[in-house]
Design a protein around this ligand. Structure first.
Ligand code: AMO
Length: 432
């Protein structure tokens, strides 16, 4: 239906006939002059109906069309210094393809601010706003950069089941579903499957995936359906190999976002790409927190408040927004984590501006050790049989991580998590 997007209409096309298609953003009727601003994915273009240059039908269509209707406009490009971008289109025909009812559920011209719930209830219309569309264009660039980075590092993209028979991250946050005559769950993570892949010889795998988490959190940073990049790699020396890969991946994603200049301009945001990710141990982290009045009992995970405070300390004292915390207490990590010694594990979190964006570890690859860890965490080895079998017949040393795409987006753009997900699933939201 279209020969050009609005952004492709430049004064250099003067005199050329073009076909445009999009939504009626605004209409202004000044009697002899009728303006219609047409909006498409790439921007806006002014369509100017002049009484002496257009047919009656064209002028009538412009003055009667409702805002947000879909139109097809054929016309001639004209330079005009007073038009936005120095160019406009003089219409030869205006075809109203789909009429928008009124009143509109949302104001796309953003003259009236709507609350986030009204926006999410009408997401189809919310995303018509250029600043909201910009978020999802950046998101696409970021996911594409993640795939390119991993593809370029000899990873294979896999897809593992989202309907599963047993928990992978602990039993409390599963969504049960009925699977014919059996009980099943939505997958919390591809964890057990990506580890089983390490016994296949494919060596380096990743999945862009959903996690389903029945957590009752109602926060700026939690969702019940999460998008993530999950990675596992074999023949590693230790967790440092995994951290180095994650660092490169995250920097490439931030770089891709920072390259979205047009979209960042629309959002009035700037993204600075860190040079590297610093590394601090869990012990150092809790000492730094204690020095600032926040006590974390030794052996416990750092809570949200602690993470946020650490983010501030790292920024002001070490000029760092991106850093690893490594060597978490074994007791705070899942059963598959490789112990460092009796207390500490070969695990890490990656923090970005005071929020955990990824967690990972070297894994246990020894069958007996894995079995004893499952028992130590009071889990039933029988329900992990299919997973444990993969450790009996040759399993290389391996490790990996899960990186939250939603969390990355929210931290890069400094927005709440529901802003960066098209149709978020949270405690209260199951539609649209
Ligand atoms: P974890 O449970 O820490 O680790 O999840 C990994 C990353 O996923 C994101 N994430 C979430 N984002 C938004 N809302 C949530 N409710 C939520 N839960 C998780 C975060 C988090 O860092 N199997 C391990 C990973 C591994 O070791 O490979 C795991 O799932 O960004």
């Amino acid at each position: 239906m279209r020969s050009h997007y609005s952004s492709e209409i430049t004064p250099a096309l003067e005199g050329k006939e073009v076909a445009l298609a999009g939504w009626v953003h605004e209409v202004r009727d000044l009697g002899k002059l009728k303006f219609m601003v047409l909006r498409d994915r790439e921007g806006f273009i002014q369509v100017t109906g002049k009484k002496d240059a257009c047919t009656e039908d064209v002028l009538k269509a412009i003055s009667s069309v409702s805002r947000e209707s879909v139109v097809e406009v054929k016309g001639v490009v004209k330079k005009n210094d007073r038009a936005p971008g120095g160019v406009e289109v003089s219409p030869l025909s205006v075809n109203v393809v789909s009429v928008a009812q009124s009143p509109l559920p949302l104001d796309v011209t953003a003259k009236v601010d709507a609350d986030i719930d009204t926006r999410l209830n009408n997401r189809f219309m919310d995303v018509r706003k250029p600043d909201v569309a910009a978020i999802f264009k950046i998101r696409s660039a970021v996911v594409s950069a993640a795939r390119s980075y991993l593809d370029g590092n000899e990873f294979i993209e896999i897809h593992t089941p989202k309907i599963i028979a047993s928990a992978s991250e602990g039993g409390t946050n599963l969504f049960p579903i009925s699977y014919f005559d059996k009980e099943a769950y939505l997958a919390q993570s591809p964890q057990l499957y990506k580890q089983m892949m390490m016994a296949t010889g494919l060596d380096r795998v990743y999945e862009t995936t959903f996690y389903f988490r029945a957590e009752e959190h109602d926060t700026r940073r939690h969702l019940n359906e999460v998008t993530a990049v999950d990675v596992e790699l074999a023949f590693i020396k230790n967790e440092e190999d995994v951290m180095n890969l994650l660092e490169g991946l995250v920097l490439s994603m931030i770089k891709a976002a920072s390259d979205c200049k047009k979209e960042l301009g629309i959002l009035k945001k700037d993204i600075s790409v860190p040079g590297k990710a610093l590394r601090i141990s869990y012990g150092e982290a809790i000492e730094m927190l204690a020095a600032h009045g926040k006590k974390i009992p030794s052996g416990e995970d750092i809570d949200t408040e602690g993470e946020k405070l650490l983010g501030e300390i790292m920024k002001s004292e070490r000029s760092s927004e991106l850093y690893f915390i490594y060597g978490y207490p074994l007791s705070a990590r899942p059963f598959y984590t490789m112990p460092g010694d009796e207390k500490y594990s070969r695990s890490f979190d990656l923090e970005y501006k005071g929020v955990e964006v990824s967690s990972g570890a070297q894994r246990i690859h020894n069958y007996d050790m894995l079995l004893s860890q499952i028992k130590a965490k009071k889990l039933d080895p029988e329900s992990f049989k299919y997973y444990l079998d993969a450790f009996k017949y040759g399993m290389p040393p391996h490790g990996g991580f899960g990186l939250g795409i939603d969390r990355m987006m929210m931290q890069m753009l400094d927005l709440a998590i529901r802003e960066v997900v098209l149709f978020p699933r949270d405690r209260h939201r199951l539609t649209p």
